[in-house]
Design a protein around this ligand. Structure first.
Ligand code: 5RP
Length: 232
């Protein structure tokens, strides 16, 4: 199977999971990226079952609206039974690197208020140790160089994310992203806490303190459901 077919398969599996577990009339948290897009497509035929969604990015909002799914501001919503999103890497504890699509801050916010985080991924995203995928850090632009120095002191190589035209990539929140290469992240919770404490860091793309509760992992043999302990 191609990677796109695997993404469609886990997107469908996530829609089946949500239809079976989320109450009618619920608002669903929706992530960002090509795998999350497959989830939106699979959920769309069931949209009448839900009040709508909270979105993790401008791009996801547009896609949800294209599919006729109402989008709510998180401030209007008290609880989200489930959040569905992709990942760039996921380890055996359910800790993830996210932010390849630049939406890490809103993703982390929406995930933080969701009861269950369902990660959907193809098998290439499963790793023993996080860090082969460059770790994104969303930074306030004036702090970019100071944060880069701290990253280098940890042994990482910070690279400013740029658009195709060479200009800095700007997030939905008006900030920049440093992609950090060369880290072997053996203690993701500790590194997440360390980097988040640096002045000027908006969000680090380590999702360990609030990792996935369930991963629906697609491979040539089907969708494997991996549970990481009691949902929070
Ligand atoms: C966006 C993300 C995505 O979930 C992550 O990059 C995976 O994307 P894709 O499903 O396209 O492989 O964190 O910020």
């Amino acid at each position: 199977m191609t990677q796109d077919e695997l993404k469609r398969m886990v997107g469908q599996a996530a829609a089946d999971y949500v239809n079976a577990h989320a109450p009618e009339g619920a608002v669903i948290g929706v992530g960002t990226g090509s795998t999350a897009n497959c989830f939106i497509e699979a959920l769309a035929p069931h949209r009448a079952r839900y009040r709508g969604a909270v979105s993790s990015s401008v791009a996801t909002t547009a896609r949800l609206e294209q599919h006729g799914i109402p989008v709510f501001d998180l401030n209007e919503i008290e609880s989200l039974p489930v959040y569905v999103d992709g990942a760039d890497e996921i380890d055996a504890s359910g800790a993830m690197i996210k932010g390849g699509g630049g939406a890490l801050t809103r993703e982390k916010i929406v995930a933080s208020v969701s009861e269950v985080f369902v990660c959907i991924a193809d098998a290439s995203k499963r790793v023993d140790v996080l860090g082969s995928f460059p770790l994104p850090i969303e930074v306030v632009p004036m702090a970019r160089t100071a944060i880069g120095r701290r990253v280098m002191a940890l042994g990482g190589v910070p690279v400013l994310r740029v658009r195709q035209d060479g200009a800095p990539y700007i997030t939905d929140n008006g900030n920049e992203i440093l992609d950090v290469k060369g880290l072997q992240i053996a203690a993701p919770r500790e590194l997440e806490a360390t980097i988040n404490a640096w002045p000027g860091v908006v969000t680090v793309g380590l999702f360990a303190a609030r990792g996935a509760d369930l991963c629906l992992l697609g491979s040539g043999t089907g969708v494997e459901s991996i549970l990481y302990g009691a949902p929070r």
